[in-house]
Design a protein around this ligand. Structure first.
Ligand code: NDP
Length: 447
């Protein structure tokens, strides 16, 4: 039987077992397409049904989250935690609070997380969680009551040696604080059970910056293979949250010009480039005022396009940093046609499968999220180490460790993704991430 048939048969089974979970199917298919030829050459993985096991979460938790809003009305949300794979260490992965959250989205994210965490070379298993709660438009008190209710169920399933959640879309420093406070109260224990904590109470320097900085370091490594750098490059970034903000900061530091940002309502185009003062404004707007990116356009007199994404703006390098499936086939084609030479995914699975084909056919430098945005979880891993040792490393120490991790991930992708002169970073990340998890699962028996 040919490898295509193997892939089809495997995917038929995944689709039948996980009916209607389209994002999960998409994430699994992208991995299986590049892994199946490798697995066919290494029968020990096939015999032990490693892929079948890796696509079945070790545990799925789904629970009711009741809370009372500022009007005294009862609200009900749904909470989730997917404990996907613990072969390498405690489950580790973020919590997402967004109205679109469902089982399919969290299973795709948890599945990707297993490979990503393995790529960091740190002892981290993979998981993901969250809720369909929308923090937008809620008061601080409402967010706190929600977080307390969410943790009142979650606390019994997590722990520093079991499962260590972090932030993701809609979960930043404020939410991690409320979640940590409630965990501590319920367990009567000050423990490194969450990462992304405040600096005063166990957080790591550089954790807020890590995903954006890491995805920029990945682009730097990719560009180096073409004897290029970010200096004087025009850069398009989507999103305006945590990842987008710190990608902008690092690109600026390295001499690039960031000309776009976006949110779920639309995009801004600033042809003169974002500078330190403008970035400060974005951080205040998004992290404190919790306003819309449209206000940037009004303040600095630049273009705002409602309902649009940045991919039609000419750029040399693109950093999708908002959400999944935000680059369609047409968007990818527009980027390539306008001269984009490098795409580093700060977001998880931001490019549709058809878009990925466009990038790969054009042979541009293209790093998938599981490699490019691994700096976030890697620095969470460093936060866990500091918590265990009860020490705090300096900003420079953490940044240097993060940079080395990204350099090593790039090297692993290159090693396993070599196709003649071209590096297929998707294949490289999938194989490099897989081998460590799969071998550990073999060592640990059928569990
Ligand atoms: P934030 O909540 O801080 O910011 C998310 C940004 O993306 C906001 O600008 C938001 O707009 C926009 N956005 C969210 N959903 C959509 C949507 N459906 N359509 C268009 N825009 C949208 O999240 P992060 O910056 O932390 O996360 C961004 C991406 O990076 C996600 O894919 C996440 O999984 C990934 N990631 C994050 C890591 C981290 O450490 N934080 C680690 C690794 C990956 P609005 O303000 O309108 O909501």
């Amino acid at each position: 039987m040919g490898v295509e048939k193997d892939i089809e048969k495997f995917m038929d089974k995944v689709k039948e077992k996980n009916h209607g979970e389209n994002e999960f199917h998409q994430a699994v298919e992208e991995v299986v397409e590049t892994l199946m030829p490798y697995i066919n050459k290494h029968p020990r993985y096939k015999q032990a049904k490693i892929l079948d096991r890796m696509t079945e979460p070790e545990r799925v938790l789904m629970f009711r989250v009741p809370w009372i809003d500022d009007n005294g009305e009862v609200q009900i949300n749904r909470g989730f935690r997917i404990e996907m794979n613990s072969a390498l260490g405690p489950y580790k992965g973020g919590l997402r609070f967004h109205p679109s959250v469902n089982l399919s989205i969290l299973k795709f994210l948890a599945f990707e997380q297993v490979f990503k965490n393995s790529l960091t070379q740190l002892p981290l298993g993979g998981g993901k969680g969250g809720s369909d709660f929308d923090p937008k438009g809620k008061s601080d008190n409402e967010v706190m009551r929600f977080c307390q209710s969410f943790m009142t169920e979650l606390y019994r399933h997590i722990g520093p040696n079991t499962d260590v959640p972090a932030g993701d879309i809609g979960v930043g420093g404020r939410e991690i604080g409320y979640l940590f406070g409630q965990y501590k109260r319920l367990k009567n224990e000050f423990a490194g059970v969450l990462t992304g904590k405040g600096l005063n109470w166990g957080g790591s320097l550089i954790r807020p910056e890590a995903t954006g900085y890491g995805s920029t370091y990945m682009a730097v490594e990719m560009l180096k293979t073409k004897k290029e750098s970010l200096k004087d490059k025009t850069v398009a970034i989507s999103g305006s949250g945590n990842v987008a903000q710190y990608t902008t900061e690092k690109v600026m530091q390295l001499g690039g010009k960031v000309v776009t940002l976006s949110d779920s309502s639309g995009m801004i185009h600033d042809p003169n480039g974002i500078d330190d003062d403008k970035l400060k404004y974005v951080m205040e707007l998004k992290n404190i005022k919790r306003g819309r990116i449209k206000e940037y356009a009004e303040k600095f007199n630049v273009t705002y396009e409602a309902g649009k994404r940045p991919w039609n703006v000419a750029c040399d390098v693109a950093f999708p940093s908002a959400t999944q499936n935000e680059i369609s086939k047409e968007d990818a084609q527009a980027l390539v046609d306008n001269g984009c030479m490098c795409v580093s995914e700060g977001a998880n699975m931001p490019t549709t499968p058809e878009g990925v084909v466009v990038f790969q056919d054009a042979k541009i430098l293209y790093a998938p999220g599981k490699a490019a945005n691994a700096g976030g979880v890697a620095t969470s891993g460093l936060e866990m180490s500091q918590n265990s040792m009860r020490i705090a490393w300096s900003r420079e120490e953490v940044d240097e460790k993060l940079r080395n991790i990204m350099v090593n991930i790039h090297a692993a992708c290159k090693k396993h993704g070599k196709e003649g002169d071209y590096t297929n970073y998707v294949k490289g990340a999938n194989i490099a991430g897989f081998v460590k998890v799969a071998d550990s699962m073999l060592d640990q028996g059928v569990v």
